[in-house]
Ligand binder design. Sequence first.
Ligand code: ATP
Ligand code: MG
Length: 310
Amino acid sequence: MKIAVLSTVKSLYSTRRLVEAAEKRGHECVVIDHSKCYVGIKQGKPSIHYKGQDISDIDAIIPRIGASVTFYGSAIVRQFEVMGVISANPSQAITRSRDKLRCMQILSGAGIGLPITGFARTTSDVDDLISMVGGAPLVIKLLEGTQGIGVVLAETKKAASSVIEAFYGLGNNILIQEYIKEAKGTDIRAFVVGGKVVGAMKRTAKEGEFRSNIHRGGTAEIIRLTKNERETAIAAAASMGLTVCGVDMMPSDRGPLVLEVNSSPGLEGIEKATKKDIASEIILYLEKQFELKKAAKPEIRKKKKKESNL
Ligand SMILES: Nc1ncnc2c1ncn2[C@@H]1O[C@H](COP(=O)(O)OP(=O)(O)OP(=O)(O)O)[C@@H](O)[C@H]1O
Ligand SMILES: [Mg+2]
């Protein structure tokens, strides 16, 4: 196969590992900066170009789309899709997962465990919003936050109201969430590939901190998931339509609660914590899809293409 890793930075651990794993399995692998790709949209002849060359000969892509180029990156993945190229994740699912609120709404509709979460636009109903998530202590999250930045624990109702008002005053979109005290500063990252959990780690917050992000001083170790945790991770990935993803969950008295489903999960943390070759799992998944595509009769392929949900 000719595989392309869509990544803006060649030297990133995840990008390097994917190239290494693909080459180890005998594939040709290139790194393509999706932000520099451009497309031709013609009747029945979609094309994709990079650095002056037509790169329509690629068999499979692994999108590693950063948050800052979601719109453009997803459009490039979509172009590969309309050309019939296999993708580690569908473009639509990537866009879906990028929006924390949309992600929570989809998970909620699919009946997956999640912390009770509220979303509002103004401060007029703050009291009701706070009681909806079970009162203080509660967690307030900036919708655009990442790496634990913009995640605030408000211990009292008074503190919660002030922080919520301050965020609204600054024009920020926020989520208000039930505080899961049983999690005790830990969360679980399950790495799902093709409907299976291929690795899992537990992240623990540093002393005195409730956020387990590695960027906030947290540590990671391998963990064996319970049946419930495994099933929750698989169901969360499926509900989002993601085939390669990281599902973040918190343990609680009522079972695992999903925080987020990440469509470009980093490989470094999970491979180092689990000592597993996760990159090769992604390549194996693409190989399987490629075989299925080859085995499908031409008329089925055509039909599938027509039905594709862009
Ligand atoms: N409702 C909650 N109750 C208890 N702890 C929480 C809750 N929400 C988040 N945390 C802790 O804070 C950490 C950061 O929260 P979250 O993952 O939602 O935001 P983020 O890491 O900034 O965003 P992203 O995962 O998109 O990068 C979690 O890993 C978890 O340890
Ligand atoms: Mg997180």
